[in-house]
Design a protein around this ligand. Structure first.
Ligand code: UDP
Length: 409
C-alpha cells in the first residue's frame, strides 16, 4: 500500500454516521467518524463507512460527498436495537462485511467500538486487510464506580475489548488518557497504540459576534442572568445531576439559567426523569431549559450564547463538547478526570474540579461568573486553543497511522 491515495473502510456496526448526534446511541463517536471521514475524502482518499441497517427506508448505499459513501449491511432486524443487543448481530454483520469487501476491497479497515472490531477481525484476517481499532470507550467491570467509565451492556464486551487489544494490528486512542486505559486495563502492547488527536469545526463552533448575541448576553452589561450549558446524552456517566445540585446551592439572585442539551439513550429515560425531578425539587423549573437533542448548527448557536459550559462527566475518553465550547469562546468547568484533562487547559481555557462535592462546583461556578473580564480572557484563550485542532490535522495523522498499520500487518 504505497499509493498516495488510500482506500479506507470504516466499520461502524451499532450506530450510523447518518444518525443525529445526541439522539439514539449517537454521540462523540458519530461526530468523530463523520468529521474524520469527510476530511479524508476531501484530501482525495476513498472512504466507505459500513454500518448496520436499522430502518427500512434508507437506501443500501448513500453518497455523503465525493469519495465518501455509507453502505448499509442487512444484519439483524431493520429497526433500532438497544446497544447490548448488537452483540447478537456481530456474526451476520461480519459475513456481510466479508462479502462487500471480497467484491471491492480496501487498503485498511478502521473499526469503531468493539462490536465493529470483533466483526471486522476475521474479515481482516481472511482477506489480508490491516485492521486499526478505535474503542471510543472501554468498559469497566460491572458494579465498578462511575468514575471507571461505562459498564458493559452485553456479556462479551470485556473479553472482546481485551481480544482486540492483542489481535488488531494497531489501536488508535483519542487521548493520552485513553492510551493509558488500553495499557492498564486491557494490557495492550505500548508499541501498538497510537494517539490521534480529535479536531473541532472552528467555522461551525465560533464565538458569537456582539450583534448576534447581544440579547442572550446582556448579562455582561448588568441585565439578565448568565446562562450555563450542559451538552450530552442524558446518561448517569455525564454527571448532569451534580451540575443541578451545584447550581441549586447558589443564592436565588445569583443563579444562572441552566440549559441542558441532549436526549436519553434508547435503553432508558430513568436518568432524564431523575434530572427533571431534581430540577423541580430544587425550585429551578423556571430557570432551566431541557432542549432535547439539537442538530449541529443549532447546538453551536446555543453553546456560543452561554457564559460557561459545565462538563461534570465521571469520565470521558476526551470530551468533545469541551473542545466545541473552547472553539465557541466559552470557558469550561470540567471534572478533573480522564481525557478532560487534555480537552481543558486548567486556568487558561477553563477550570478542572476534582470530586463530587456540589459546594466545590458551586464555588467555582460563582467565582467564574462573577469575573466577566476573566471569562472573556479565558474565552479568547479557549478559541486560540481550539484553532490549533482541525479535523484535517486529525485526518493527516490518521493517514500516517494507516500507512504504519499497513506496513506492520
Ligand atoms: N451532540 C449534538 N447534539 C446534541 C448533543 C450532543 O450534536 O444534542 C454532540 C456534541 O456536540 C458532541 C457529541 O455529540 O460532538 C458528544 O461527544 P462527547 O465526546 O462529548 O460525548 P460522547 O457522546 O462520546 O459520550
Amino acid at each position: 500500500m504505497t499509493s498516495a491515495v488510500l482506500s479506507i473502510g470504516f466499520v461502524m456496526l451499532h450506530t450510523s454516521p447518518l444518525d443525529v448526534p445526541g439522539t439514539k446511541d449517537a454521540g462523540g463517536m458519530n461526530v468523530v467518524v463523520r468529521a474524520q471521514a469527510e476530511a479524508l475524502a476531501q484530501a482525495g482518499h476513498r472512504v466507505r463507512i459500513f454500518t448496520r441497517r436499522s430502518d427500512e427506508e434508507t437506501p443500501a448505499r448513500v453518497e455523503l460527498m465525493p469519495n465518501l459513501t455509507v453502505e448499509l449491511l442487512d444484519a439483524g432486524p431493520a429497526r433500532l436495537l438497544a446497544k447490548g443487543e448488537h452483540e447478537r448481530v456481530m456474526e451476520d454483520f461480519s459475513r456481510l462485511l466479508a462479502a462487500a469487501l471480497a467484491a471491492d476491497t480496501v487498503d485498511v479497515l478502521h473499526a469503531e467500538h468493539w462490536f465493529s472490531g470483533i466483526a471486522a477481525l476475521p474479515v481482516a484476517h481472511e482477506l489480508g486487510i490491516p485492521l486499526a481499532q478505535s474503542y471510543h470507550s472501554i468498559a469497566a467491570p460491572p458494579e465498578s464506580p462511575l468514575g471507571d467509565g461505562e459498564r458493559p451492556e452485553s456479556p462479551g464486551r470485556l473479553a472482546g475489548e481485551a481480544r482486540l487489544a492483542h489481535e488488531a494490528d494497531l489501536i488508535i486512542a483519542v487521548s493520552e488518557a485513553e492510551r493509558e486505559t488500553v495499557l492498564a486495563r486491557l494490557k495492550g502492547d505500548p508499541d501498538r497504540v497510537r494517539v490521534v488527536p480529535l479536531g473541532v469545526d472552528t467555522a461551525l463552533f465560533r464565538p458569537c459576534d456582539t450583534a448576534e448575541c447581544d440579547e442572550q448576553r446582556d448579562w455582561l452589561r448588568g441585565g439578565g442572568r448568565p446562562e450555563v450549558i450542559l451538552v450530552g446524552r442524558l446518561h448517569p456517566l455525564k454527571g448532569f445531576d451534580l451540575a443541578i445540585e451545584a447550581i441549586a446551592l447558589l443564592p436565588q439572585a445569583e443563579r444562572p439559567t441552566l440549559r441542558i442539551v441532549g436526549a436519553s439513550p434508547p435503553d432508558g429515560d430513568e436518568y432524564a426523569r431523575a434530572l427533571h425531578e431534581s430540577v423541580v425539587a430544587h425550585g429551578m423549573l423556571t430557570t432551566t431549559a431541557f432542549d432535547g437533542a439539537l442538530r449541529r448548527r443549532e447546538l453551536a448557536e446555543r453553546i456560543r450564547s452561554a457564559a460557561l459550559m459545565l462538563v461534570p462527566s465521571h469520565t470521558e475518553t476526551f470530551g468533545l463538547v469541551a473542545l466545541e465550547a473552547a472553539a465557541s469562546g466559552v470557558p469550561v468547568i470540567a471534572r478533573d478526570a480522564g481525557g478532560l484533562r487534555e480537552a481543558v487547559v486548567a486556568g487558561e481555557t477553563g477550570e478542572l474540579v476534582a470530586g463530587d462535592d456540589p459546594a466545590v462546583w458551586a464555588d467555582t461556578i460563582s467565582r467564574m461568573l462573577a469575573d466577566t473580564d476573566g471569562l472573556k480572557r479565558m474565552g479568547s484563550a479557549a478559541r486560540r486553543h481550539a484553532l490549533q485542532r482541525s479535523w484535517q490535522a486529525s485526518a493527516d495523522r490518521l493517514v500516517e497511522v494507516y500507512r504504519e498499520v499497513a506496513s506492520r500487518a
